[in-house]
Ligand binder design. Structure first.
Ligand SMILES: *Cc1c(COP(=O)(O)O)cnc(C)c1O
Length: 483
């Protein structure tokens, strides 16, 4: 099933379709609270907005919140402009992100920069999207007179970013499952020390996959899901993706003098959300030369960009590494990129993901569309534990800056692809304080704890510890959602 010509004729960046072609055209607020499209695909805009040279010139001068409004408003036409502007301004305040720049650019040496995305409340880049999501969810739920109970599973960064974004919000509760005893002490303290009445931490005696399975089972029970208004905030959420597009513009403007220059971005990748936002920025007309994808030992995506072969890993094949937020077996946002790669042909995407189900993957290396990868400027590489440690040492000794293990993967691979005359912007996706053990291994000392986080680990913690039992989790949720 291909996109009918009549639909293409009215293609709009604020109208949404599914990568698998079987969802009626939807508007932004229709897709904001949802996960997968009803046909099992992912929601994408009918078209990408294209910016003119004049528009880019105006955007260069904007503050972060105004820039965020300029970008995000292109994808949203069912929230009144004044309301959207105030949501964005509330999300991106210097009190929350530590500076009016929100994502400041730190220059290590001429032509080599770090885009600091991790100055939000949980010290990882996921805050940039989650803080906006918190504002948008509360706004839309209030407007529609609805409430929502967010159910999720986390191995670390996502759960805490979601909780800090949703804490204290009207009409929203968060039930977050985490593997008991498996997160770093800092990550655990971040989540479990929250005392807000709408935040419920559930530690499951098991591993992350057990948590994920429980979430799937509970969300798969349609009657329970409807009765208890269960929702999600996972990495395929469309609003999270567009919030991330903004900092590519911000980084570009900060690293260049004029809009005729090109830059490359290096992105530590897991579920392909962050780097996909870079792809959108490039499609909108931002002069990005390369998007450099960095994997760790779990190199599903590096394998694809080198060979055209997408081969999903089993959980047994998925390694636990010292950059845990990139330990993926498949990349949930990747389908959106493949949709563009195959010329936005939903029948082709549906066929490829049937192959994923039936045969564990597909191969586009010989397909005519493969040359689009080069046209989209995506290159890749992988990093190892030893390479992470040496990057942490090198950046510390050369520039006096301590980076976290995920950022180290990005810098490693970024430097492999660095070209002279093209500024390289490396995404800082977390602060080192979250991963003290690896920093100690690399540098022989503890990372600095940012102001306000001293003594975090000794604060009172609030968590329910439970067996991996779907019914017990349902009973716990039902007892707290008031229906
Ligand atoms: C989530 C995360 C990543 C991976 O980002 P994706 O958008 O899933 O590709 C990388 N680094 C850190 C620190 C993260 O929390």
């Amino acid at each position: 099933m291909s996109v009918p010509a009549s639909r293409l004729a009215t293609a709009s960046p604020a109208r949404y379709v599914s990568t698998r072609g079987r969802m009626p055209v939807a508007r932004f607020c229709d897709v904001l609270l949802g996960g997968l499209a009803p046909d099992g695909g992912l929601v994408v805009p009918q078209a990408y907005p294209r910016l003119t040279a004049e528009e880019l010139a105006v955007m260069r001068k904007l503050s972060y919140p105004d820039l965020a409004f300029a970008v995000i408003s292109r994808f949203v036409d069912d929230i009144p402009e004044a309301d959207l502007r105030s949501l964005v301004h509330r999300a991106y305040r210097s009190e929350v992100f530590g500076s009016p720049d929100i994502t400041p650019l730190k220059t290590l040496e001429p032509g080599l920069h770090l885009l600091q995305l991790s100055n939000g409340p949980t010290l990882a880049f996921k805050d940039v999207a989650m803080q906006l999501l918190g504002e948008m969810f509360e706004y839309v739920l209030q407007r529609e007179g609805r409430t929502l109970n967010i159910l999720g599973a986390t191995s670390g960064d996502t759960g805490s970013a979601a909780e800090y974004a949703m804490r204290g919000r009207k009409g929203i509760r968060v039930f977050m499952l985490s593997p008991h005893g498996k997160m770093s002490p800092f990550q655990r303290a971040q989540m479990y020390s929250l005392q807000d009445a709408n935040i419920f931490n559930i530690a499951i005696r098991g591993v992350f996959d057990d948590c994920q399975d429980i979430v799937k089972a509970v969300s798969g029970d349609a009657a329970f899901k409807n009765a208890h208004r269960i929702g999600a905030v996972n990495s395929i959420n469309w609003a999270r993706v567009i919030a991330q597009v903004v900092y590519y513009f911000k980084g570009y403007f900060a690293a260049t003098r004029g809009n005729d220059e090109q830059v490359s971005f290096s992105v530590p990748s897991g579920n392909f959300g962050n780097i996909f936002a870079g792809h959108i920025a490039r499609m909108m007309g931002l002069p990005i030369r390369n998007l450099i994808l960095a994997s760790n030992e779990n190199d599903v995506l590096d394998e694809f960009f080198r060979s055209g072969r997408y081969r999903v890993r089993s959980s047994r094949e998925t390694l636990q590494t010292s950059s845990p937020s990139m330990d993926i077996s498949k990349a949930s946002n990747f389908e959106r990129f493949v949709f563009d790669l195959v010329g936005r042909d939903p029948a082709m995407v549906a066929r490829l993901w049937r192959e994923v189900e039936d045969a564990g993957g597909f191969n586009l290396g010989e397909a005519p569309c493969w040359r689009n990868v080069e046209q989209y400027g995506v290159v890749s590489g992988r990093s190892s534990h030893a390479a992470r440690l040496s990057a942490i040492r090198k950046i510390s000794s050369q520039y006096g800056v301590i980076i976290d293990p995920h950022t180290a993967d990005g810098i490693n691979v970024g430097l492999q692809h660095r070209e002279s005359g093209v500024p390289l912007i490396c995404m800082e996706t977390a602060l080192p304080a979250k991963f003290a053990e690896t920093i100690r291994e690399a540098l022989g000392r503890d990372p600095e704890v940012p102001a306000g986080y001293e003594g975090l680990e000794s604060r009172l913690q609030r968590v329910a510890i439970m067996d991996p039992d779907v019914e017990a989790v349902k009973t716990y949720i039902a007892g707290r959602t008031g229906s």
